[in-house]
Design a protein around this ligand. Sequence first.
Ligand SMILES: NC(=O)c1ccc[n+]([C@@H]2O[C@H](COP(=O)([O-])OP(=O)(O)OC[C@H]3O[C@@H](n4cnc5c(N)ncnc54)[C@H](O)[C@@H]3O)[C@@H](O)[C@H]2O)c1
Ligand SMILES: O=P(O)(O)OC[C@@H](O)[C@@H](O)[C@H](O)[C@H](O)CO
Length: 392
Amino acid sequence: MNRIVVFGAGSVGRGFIGQIFAEAGWRVTFVDLESRLVQALNTGSYRHVTLSDEGVEETTITGVDAIDGRDTAAVASAVASADFLATSVGAANLRHIAPTMAEGLRLRISERRGPVDILLAENLHGVGGEMRSLLADALGDDADAVLAQVGTLETSIGRMIPVPNEQRREHEPGWVAVEPYRELPLDVAASRAPLPDVPELVGRTDVPFAFYSDRKLYLHNLGHCLTAYLGELLGEDEIAEAIRRPQIHRIVQTVMATAAAALSLEYGEPLASVQANADDLLRRFHNRALHDTVERVGRDPQRKLAEGDRFLGALALAARHGLARPITVAVAVGADKLLGSVPADQRDSELDRIRSVVAHHGGEDQLAVFDEALSALRTSPDLERLALLLDP
Ligand SMILES: NC(=O)c1ccc[n+]([C@@H]2O[C@H](COP(=O)([O-])OP(=O)(O)OC[C@H]3O[C@@H](n4cnc5c(N)ncnc54)[C@H](O)[C@@H]3O)[C@@H](O)[C@H]2O)c1
Ligand SMILES: O=P(O)(O)OC[C@@H](O)[C@@H](O)[C@H](O)[C@H](O)CO
């Protein structure tokens, strides 16, 4: 039986990667640091629930086990003998798993087990290169020989998976609830080994993978996060309630339509199909049964407001096609959240940083839009005024 080793048994690890590989007949070995979770998964199964407003579907995922990430010898040995590898630990944690993963890969190559791919289920642009460089640092002189046989595959994880509530986590750590969406586009061009026969994996060769990663970050994650930050301003806790607020819906819909148009122009994909994806995402944000929170979707504003991430990366893309304005308004919403979450002595430098990116991509015109949008949010949030700024 084929075996995948998945670093990170959290929402995406259990809710998506573990599920699709187990259902395709693979053995799934998770690596995680949460002892109770590791213990729960070592019973051999976990409960998996698919939630939508149309109903609930419950299954038991079987054929799983788990290793405590602190047991580095056991982890390296599992990596060495695996048929496929995956990570879903959160981009910031990749550097913590790289040394043990590198040890396992070194062992694997010394045992002549052949090439292997690592599926990177993380929301970070360029995560393939990032993982290679972390592994190269850990491998030292062996880097070239080992990495020649290792593919680092970026993915576009479109499934939304909320964090189970505290009580559920306490009572049943393995339980996970997800939305129905189950496509997993990946960067097949980066692979070194044959693609596993798992129906959800989509490896198109006729479009650069950058189309999928940009679509994910600049359309899905941008619209999602904008919904979260605007929802928070109006006192909403859940995404499904936030998107039902008419002002939020209008702003998010306009920003997503702009991102869709920019993506279509950038990659030559038909506008109708990119816009259909945007419409479907907006529909999925309405999923009340999922109880996805503005807190989860909005977490880590510093990462989300980094250059190249969902706000500023979308701005660069849209500005290249003369479509900056609605995205500039979105950037102001992100900036407002960021400025409210960093220590007071960092606010001015963060604001300067974001303003200079806006000026760089959009010039003085967009800087004026940004300043005005930020002022519509700063004292008491005025979404009517914000919405008016979307149109020239
Ligand atoms: N939840 C979603 O809807 C979703 C969807 C798409 C992409 N993502 C991305 O997927 C990645 C994972 O997100 P998530 O929601 O599953 O997060 P999560 O917090 O639910 O899961 C992360 C898991 O990794 C484990 N972990 C952290 N450091 C580790 C280490 N050093 N060794 C082993 N295990 C470690 C944690 O204990 C946790 O169980 C992130 O990059 C996120 O941006 C999330
Ligand atoms: O995971 P983040 O923090 O980068 O972004 C939050 C959500 O937008 C994200 O987790 C989505 O739910 C997910 O990317 C959709 O599959």
